[in-house]
Design a binder for this molecule. Structure first.
Ligand code: ARG
Length: 479
């Protein structure tokens, strides 16, 4: 369609090399939605009459149906999804079809198509993530009273409640949801009307097409419009951090479900066996969640590096933005699709979770803080408790079962009330600073979490899901 000024046919290798159909054909319906909006605008400003608009819209809807039913085989000589659809329209309608591309370039067209596509997929992803968040809330409620070791440096540090642990992942995923909303907001601008790079001499009504496609605003600068891929980078940044969080969660669960820890019980349906060792139950699902993180982050770097040296405005390098995006979305959907139901079915061996905690050593900070509340400077208290721990280890003693005379022998400042707090339950319930692991704080976190989930779902409702204007009956297509 651009051969007017050329003196010879495009070489076959060039056709193969430059085509993007293997990757952009799946965007066809979004491209058609953009074309319908554009055509309706052209009629509004008098470039098309009503009859021409009707023919074009009908023609586009027939093409949409033929694509959906697999009847339309795109031709690689026509490079990409845009030219295949336009050529088909011109072949069916003749000169009327040739009016559609008025005031438009594939440069603003692809930016529009990609934003429509990504909006759809991000809303689907957001809904799946909200199910993952629900699973975490559900486990936190179920395990609200279960005590487990909390770790730093993967060494037992202080007792915590398992509900608090699940909520820690909820709150990191909450930040990801906010990033997803930022990505949705960032794509919520209509590029259509920027043309190839500089706008148009035809008085296009950009606000009209934006409304038709459900964008809340139009882009401000035509050069930036066709050059930027920030709306994709925002998605990739969100997905990278999200997958990091999934990976850390997966790693924890792999460790906690190993024989050496053994207190997290993974559902059989979400584990795999060994072809040789009959006893094995392996956490392959979680390992793959962890293992797929690299690809997702890789796609962020891929696009950043592709864009880094590009002169404004559009360059064909940008065509390569799709491969990573599609792959990343597919991986993300897979990860969330398996992680949410896996979490929902995790059980815990409460007895086994106490392994190691029974020596009472993780209560050492509690003793130091007890002394501080009796007026002893923290550093002195830390030293005294350190000495106490050394004495306990040398004499095979347990902090939870020391007699009051043993306490006073090691730390004369201790009073009888120490005995009442030397147990795991008291340790957890007394950590009442906001955000701490006490059982009462968990209730507060759960209220915050449920409220956030509602807000997140409502925020996503602001974005349009339907691709075509309601007035358009996309089902009734005459042949
Ligand atoms: N297929 C291209 C892409 O995906 C859009 C076409 C723009 N091509 C051009 N030569 N100006 O980015």
């Amino acid at each position: 369609m651009w051969k007017g000024r050329f003196g010879e046919e495009t070489a076959e290798v060039v056709l193969q090399f430059t085509q993007s159909l293997d990757i952009d054909w799946c965007l066809a319906v979004y491209d058609i939605a953009g074309s319908v909006a554009h055509a309706r605008m052209l009629q509004k400003i008098g470039i098309l009459n009503e009859e021409e608009l009707k023919l074009i819209v009908q023609g586009l809807l027939v093409i949409k149906r033929d694509i959906e039913t697999g009847k339309f085989e795109p031709a690689i000589e026509l490079e990409d999804v845009h030219m295949n659809i336009e050529k088909r329209l011109i072949d069916t309608l003749g000169p009327v079809g040739a009016k559609l591309h008025t005031g438009r370039s594939r440069n603003d067209q692809i930016a529009t198509t990609m934003r429509l596509f990504l909006r759809d997929r991000l809303l689907t992803l957001g809904r799946s993530i909200s199910i993952l968040l629900e699973s975490l809330i559900d486990r936190a409620e179920k395990h609200a009273r279960v005590i487990i070791p909390g770790y730093t440096h993967l060494q037992q540090a202080q007792p915590i409640n398992l509900g608090h642990y699940w909520m820690s992942h909820f709150f990191s995923f909450r930040r990801d949801c906010n990033k997803l909303l930022i990505a949705l907001d960032s794509l919520d601008e209509s590029p259509l009307g920027a043309g190839a790079l500089a706008g148009s001499t035809i008085p296009l009504d950009r606000e009209f097409t934006a409304r038709e496609m459900g964008f809340s605003r139009i882009t401000d600068n035509s050069l930036d419009t066709v050059a930027t891929r920030d709306y994709l980078l925002d998605y990739h940044y969100f997905s990278s951090i999200f997958s990091l969080h999934c990976s850390r969660l997966a790693e924890d669960l792999i460790i906690y479900s190993s024989q050496e820890f053994g207190w997290i019980l993974l559902p059989d349906a979400f584990c795999t066996g060994s072809s040789m060792m009959p006893q094995k139950k392996n956490p392959d699902v979680l390992e793959l969640v962890r293992g797929k993180t690299g690809q997702i982050i890789g796609h962020l770097l891929d696009l950043m590096i592709s864009i880094k040296g590009l002169p404004l405005t559009y360059d064909r390098d940008l065509q390569e933005d799709k491969r990573g995006l599609l792959s990343s979305l597919k991986t993300m959907e897979g990860v969330i699709g398996v992680l949410a139901p896996l979490i929902a079915r995790i059980e815990v061996d409460e007895q086994k979770a106490l392994t190691g905690l029974e020596t009472g050593m993780t209560l050492a900070t509690d003793v130091a803080e007890y002394l501080v509340l009796k007026g002893i400077p923290f550093r002195d208290a830390h030293w005294k408790v350190g000495q106490l721990i050394k004495w306990c280890m040398q004499n095979g003693k347990n902090l939870q079962t020391l007699s009051i005379s043993e306490w006073k022998h090691c730390i004369p400042d201790v009073e009888d009330d120490i005995l009442g707090i030397m147990n795991l339950h008291s340790s957890v319930s007394r950590r009442k600073t906001p955000g701490g692991t006490s059982f009462s704080n968990l209730e507060v976190q759960l209220i915050t979490a449920r409220h956030y989930l509602d807000t997140f779902r409502n925020d996503m409702k602001k974005y349009k899901v339907s691709l075509f204007p309601e007035s358009l009956d996309t089902e009734t297509i005459s042949n």
